[in-house]
Design a protein around this ligand. Sequence first.
Ligand code: TYD
Length: 209
Amino acid sequence: MFITFEGPEGSGKTRQAATLADFLRQQGYDVLLTREPGGTQIGDQIRAILSDLKNVSMRPRTETLLFQASRAQLVEEVIRPRLETGGLVLSDRYADSTLAYQGYGHCFDLDELRALIRFATGGLSPDLTLLLDVEVETGLRRKMSGGEWNRLDAYDLEFHRRVRAGFLELARLEPHRWVLIDAGQPPDAVQAAVREVVMERLPARPKRA
Ligand code: TYD
């Protein structure tokens, strides 16, 4: 099973995904937690280019293709092999971030992006996507005070508003795959909601129980 975490900046996805991974491992599941961009040695190098605040001259098309390059490497090197052996893969962001950020954020054509994503992933789509939704101002404030501030965070407020609205629209278009979680709640409440959704969908017995 392939589960992805998506959401606007400062939604707490990274922490929530890590806490869920620990919990599932304790339950005996074989879990791989990865992230985008990155998750492989090559992907981490691409991530550094994408995040670097010095790269202010990066064009949105360049950015779009670099995300696909990182994703292609991650899918072939890590995700597919793991799924083929029956493992559970959790990813902190995946292809829907391209639709939300480059599609709704930069206003690139969604169908063109979908074609790029298909090429990069060979058509691998998540079984379940958790949308950790938080108000844009709240999320950016959280990131400025605690997290690492990168080149993409520095896009203007309107960009981030389009991204959030984009995620909500994507979830509305594919209600079977997406579950919306209110990430404005305290972290423990968010984790409880995440676990409830995931445990409902996982096969009843862990492989190594
Ligand atoms: P990261 O520091 O991981 O941010 P977050 O903790 O919010 O996930 O940086 C990833 C950034 O890249 C984030 O701003 C979202 C953006 N992104 C895209 O614009 N397109 C994509 O396809 C992906 C995977 C990420």
